[in-house]
Design a protein around this ligand. Structure first.
Ligand code: UD1
Ligand code: MG
Length: 457
């Protein structure tokens, strides 16, 4: 394959977002907006990918930390798209081939479209190819001006266009292929004599035409795809389109969604076939879900690994947890990071877990807090059990052996160990280790005072 690089423009602030966070860092379907065009460029074979950054540069760099194909170029002052691309040249020094130029605020751009654009550009030996779209309402975009033979002659910005040019419905998407030699030789000749006194990248089109180089426009059928996000309403629209794409892929690979329009699955989630997802679930953070699972309504799952045949009941929140096979959780349970539930574990309603390992077949069916605990297999945790793991300064561990039965309303004051096969009686506060095969009971003896109520009324 010929060499391909990409430049992604992301130095602007995005004033219309009305945000303390720059536009390209706002998330759509689980990724910062800029990660979408970067991923598309990468899939289309671009390497290196140069990000032109300015505002909140450190935060943008942070998104791509560790990515070997990403280089960053600073644009201290935002003097226009042409100036932005000029700032990327040093980072492209020595590169020879085709440069894709993209904007950081077009999350809907698909890699297939870039591949088509690159092919069209290469097939025609063009110096410049612009991706365009025909829009019913082209207001605000640069317009593609063609001569009587239909050849592209230049791009004119909204603010510089005369009334006749404003009637043109073919718009510039802001996505281009340019030959590196042409780009390097000409980008610094672009001036700023225009309505906005900005250096317009789009002026390279007229420059190429003037030099009788091949300059083409490829029109995309799907104008949605090149939609630039400028405000939060457009961000919501874009996120909806991304979710539809994500959900469709899951459904085509065998996942049932009761209502895909109300199913919120982020980028990077894996779901096995015959898993059923009910409405209003949010799944993200690279979660992996096995096959044959049922995820009931209103469940939120992030950073989890869930085995086959699990049943997550309504209203549960699962974070950073691992579930083996055939585990049941909820309704309204909260699994916090560090929870590992082995096969056939059952966690019932209003149970909270954190840094807990629960062995095969163990159950905590109701109203319980389990934190910093190691629980064996076939253990029954009674209703209202609390591991008292925190003394106000440090966290302490609770260890419960295989086959233990913890009665209802038990407090386990950690650090404490309950030996295998023991029984802790209901209402007990366990403050000392319990040996295996024992009964632990710690209750104040009950006193019944006959007739007391009658005397006190
Ligand atoms: C640009 C195009 C216009 C096209 C439209 C498509 C120019 C002159 N105009 O207009 O023809 O129809 O995109 O959406 O190119 N940026 C920088 N540094 C700068 C200026 C911009 O990094 O100095 C970045 C922005 O962060 C943004 C992108 O470049 O990601 C586009 O800039 P923007 O100001 O939105 O250009 P438009 O006016 O929309
Ligand atoms: Mg724009």
């Amino acid at each position: 394959m010929e060499s391909r690089a990409a430049v992604v423009l992301a130095a602007g602030k995005g004033t219309r977002m009305k945000s303390g966070v720059i536009k390209v860092l706002h998330a759509a379907a689980g990724l910062p907006m800029i990660a979408w065009p970067v991923a598309a460029a990468r899939e289309a074979g671009a390497d290196p990918i140069v990000l032109v950054i300015g505002h909140q540069a450190n935060a943008v760099q942070g998104v791509f930390r560790g990515a070997g194909d990403i280089r960053c170029a600073m644009q201290e002052e935002q003097l226009g798209t042409g100036h932005a691309v000029a700032c990327a040249l040093d980072a492209l020094a020595g590169f020879r081939g085709t440069v894709l130029i993209l904007c950081g605020d077009t999350p809907l751009l698909r890699p297939e479209t870039l591949t088509d654009l690159l092919k069209f550009h290469g097939d025609h030996s063009a110096a410049v190819t612009v991706l365009t779209a025909v829009m019913d309402d082209p207001y605000g975009y640069g317009r593609v001006v063609r001569d009587e033979n239909g050849r592209v002659t230049r791009i004119v910005e909204q603010k510089d266009a005369d009334p006749e040019e404003q009637d043109i419905r073919e718009i510039n998407s802001g996505i281009y292929c340019m030959e590196s030699a042409f780009l390097f030789d000409n980008i610094r000749s672009v001036g700023n004599d225009n309505a906005q006194q900005e250096y317009y990248l789009t002026d390279l089109v007229a420059l190429a035409v003037g030099k009788e180089l091949v300059c083409l426009a490829m029109s995309t059928a799907d104008a949605d795809e090149i939609m630039g996000v400028n405000d939060r309403a457009q961000l919501a629209d874009a996120a909806r389109v991304l979710r539809r794409r994500i959900n469709r892929e899951h459904m085509l690979s065998g996942v049932t969604m009761i209502d895909p329009e109300q199913t919120y699955i982020d980028h990077g989630v894996t779901i096995g076939s015959d898993t059923v997802i009910h409405p209003n679930c949010h799944i993200g953070g690279g979660t992996v879900i096995g096959s044959g699972c049922e995820i009931e309504q209103g469940v939120s799952i992030s950073d989890c690994r869930i085995g086959d045949g699990c049943h997550i009941k309504a209203g549960s929140v699962l974070e950073g947890s691992q579930l083996h096979q055939d585990v049941a959780v909820g309704p309204m349970a909260h699994l916090r990071p560090g929870t590992e539930l082995q096969s056939h574990v059952k966690i019932g309603n209003f149970v909270e877990t954190k840094k807990v390992l629960m062995g095969e077949g163990s159950k905590a069916s109701h109203l319980t807090y389990l934190g910093d605990a190691e629980i064996g297999r076939d253990v029954n945790i009674g209703c209202g059990t609390i591991t008292c793991n925190y003394d106000g300064v440090r966290k302490h561990r609770t260890v419960i052996g295989d086959g233990v039965f913890i009665g209802s309303d038990v407090q386990l004051v950690a650090p404490v160990t309950v030996g295998r096969n023991s029984l802790v009686a209901a209402g007990t506060t366990v403050t000392a280790d319990v040996p295996p095969d024992s009964l632990a009971i710690a209750r104040v003896p009950q006193v019944n005072k006959a007739g007391w109520r009658l005397r006190n009324k």
